[in-house]
Design a protein around this ligand. Structure first.
Ligand code: NAD
Ligand code: UGA
Length: 473
């Protein structure tokens, strides 16, 4: 290899590390990128034809550079030793026990990565926080890295990731902004410039913004809190729409026309899910509490409370019109992933809705184009917050919920069902033959659209009793 070439190593081959590094490798052919992980199964999958995550366009990017300047390896220490820039993109879940349980970010994985970097490094390194972390984490990391000072210089940068799943490749190709936070010292600024030089290979220079370390760390938590807050706001309005005859889609359109509000991210839904919104807001809430700011903490906590309310409100909406009981009734659940175009089920609202229906003794038949039966069983039997702690991840679900079955398509799921619940906005649910589905259902046939994807008028003509979020009944 060319000795002047920058070598990148990324610790953590997950939803962020994998796609982000694949795009860096594609856009920077002169840089060698190695993604490492302690999970051998995950690394093997990245090296196979069946990548460990489903993400539109990802296969194509990986195929173009894997084996050329993009590598996936479980030899973590070797590649950290060789790298100039080390991205750390490990999971930072919510703590499940001890101080701050149920709120604070669990930095166990980050700390062990940092200790390992500190132990194996013999040359100067730029260590990049790619994971979402509490504000001032860089300070703690610095202490860990330099604890057994061997004359190695470390520069820590904060470079939070803003990609959304399902559109990760698009988001990485054409980001709204890339944020780099670093120390204001000459060495810090040099490190910022080195990372900037990587991104400006394909990102216009004016979209690469720099900030101080703490601003960069906090901006990530604040961005997710603001995004989630929009959804809770529109979902709160959806409840009022149902009570008054207003239509939330019309209201969202009308308010979104104000350029100060903007039209995006105003879709009412059964609730937001995904690995980050709740976790990052809880993290923010905890930091506020630790800093003696209970009013600020309570303000953001409300975003999560409304989201929980929306999910339980949906379950009540299902049970109430079905003569107040779903006991023993088959209910088809269409969609289990937390949004379309991903197989990811972390914190998906479908988990809480299914648990709510099971609590009412329903028997449910689930179909999702990208989620496996084992994943669904695992999600429905796991404790809250356990999903992101690999120690709890057994290869197979230890127990199964008997009242849950998994169907291979929407028609099978709905056969003989009293009701359908749409919980993910997969495009294919728009184009189903609802006449055929109706014909095979128990009557009266109910449809509860948690994503507002179906044509309500058309379904009512067929004979369905339709309930949509925030729309007149
Ligand atoms: P993930 O669980 O998919 O991936 C993390 C990986 O890190 C796992 O494969 C795990 O085995 C590995 N790992 C943990 N400890 C390790 C260690 N010490 N050495 C080597 N590997 C180790 O998580 P993710 O979704 O990619 O998220 C990673 C971080 O990025 C989180 O902080 C998250 O908040 C943040 N983030 C996620 C998204 C997203 O869309 N998922 C977007 C922006 C930011
Ligand atoms: C979100 C952010 O959008 C990313 O910028 C951020 O990087 C990421 O979190 C992260 O830090 O992990 P993601 O969770 O992948 O990305 O997906 P989103 O598109 O934000 O959707 C999150 C949830 O909100 C989904 O359940 C989605 O269905 C729901 N949602 C989204 C709505 O209910 N209504 C909307 O208008 C938009």
């Amino acid at each position: 290899r060319n000795n002047n070439m920058v070598k990148i190593c990324c610790i953590g081959a997950g939803y962020v590390g994998g796609p982000t590094m694949a795009v860096i490798a594609l856009k920077c052919p002169a840089i060698e990128v190695v993604v490492v992980d302690i999970s051998i199964a995950r690394i093997n999958a990245w090296n196979s034809d069946q990548l460990p995550i489903y993400e539109p366009g990802l296969d194509d990017v990986v195929k173009q550079c894997r084996g050329k300047n993009l590598f996936f390896s479980h030899e973590v220490e070797k590649h950290v030793f060789e790298a100039d820039i080390i991205f750390v993109s490990v999971n930072t879940p919510t703590k499940t026990c001890g101080l701050g349980a149920g709120k604070a970010a669990d930095l166990t994985y980050w700390e062990s990565a940092a200790r390992m970097i500190g132990n194996v490094s013999k040359s100067d390194k730029i260590v990049v926080e790619k994971s979402t972390v509490p504000v001032r984490t860089a300070e703690a990391i610095e202490k860990i890295l330099t604890h057994n000072n061997k004359g190695v210089n470390y520069q820590i940068l904060s470079n939070p990731e803003f990609l959304a799943e399902g559109t990760a490749i698009q988001d990485l190709f054409n980001p709204d902004r890339v944020l780099i936070g670093g120390r204001k010292t000459p060495e810090g600024q040099k490190a910022v410039q080195t990372l900037k030089d990587v991104y400006t290979q394909w990102v216009p220079e004016d979209r690469v913004i720099t900030a101080n370390l703490w601003s960069a760390e906090l901006s990530k938590l604040a961005a997710n809190a603001f995004l989630a807050q929009r959804i809770s706001s529109v979902n709160a309005i959806s409840a009022l729409c149902e009570a008054t005859g207003a239509d939330v889609a019309e209201v969202a359109y009308c308010i979104g026309k104000d350029s100060r509000i903007g039209p995006k991210f105003l879709n009412a839904s059964v609730g937001f899910g995904g690995s980050c919104f709740q976790k990052d807001i809880l993290n923010l809430v905890y930091i506020c509490e630790c800093n003696g700011l209970p009013e600020v903490a309570n303000y953001w906590k409300q975003v999560i409370k409304i989201n929980d309310y929306q999910k339980s409100r949906f379950v009540s909406r299902v049970v109430a019109p079905m003569f107040n009981t779903v006991s023993g009734k088959k209910i088809a659940v269409l969609g289990f992933a937390f949004k379309k175009d991903t197989g990811d089920t972390r914190e998906t609202p479908a988990i809480d809705v299914c648990k709510g229906l099971l609590g009412n003794n329903a028997s449910i038949s689930i179909y999702d184009p990208q989620v496996t039966e084992d994943q669904i069983q695992r999600d429905l039997t796991m404790n809250k917050f356990d999903w992101d702690h690999p120690i709890h991840l057994q290869p197979m679900s230890p127990t199964t919920v008997k009242q849950v079955s998994v169907a291979s398509d929407a028609y099978e799921a709905a056969k003989g069902a009293h009701a359908i619940c749409i919980l993910t906005e997969w495009d294919e649910f728009k184009g189903l033959d609802y006449q055929k589905i109706y014909g095979n259902m128990k009557k009266p046939a109910f449809l509860f659209d948690g994503r507002n994807v179906v044509d309500v008028e058309k379904l009512r003509e067929i004979g369905f009793i339709v309930y949509s979020i925030g729309k007149p009944l």
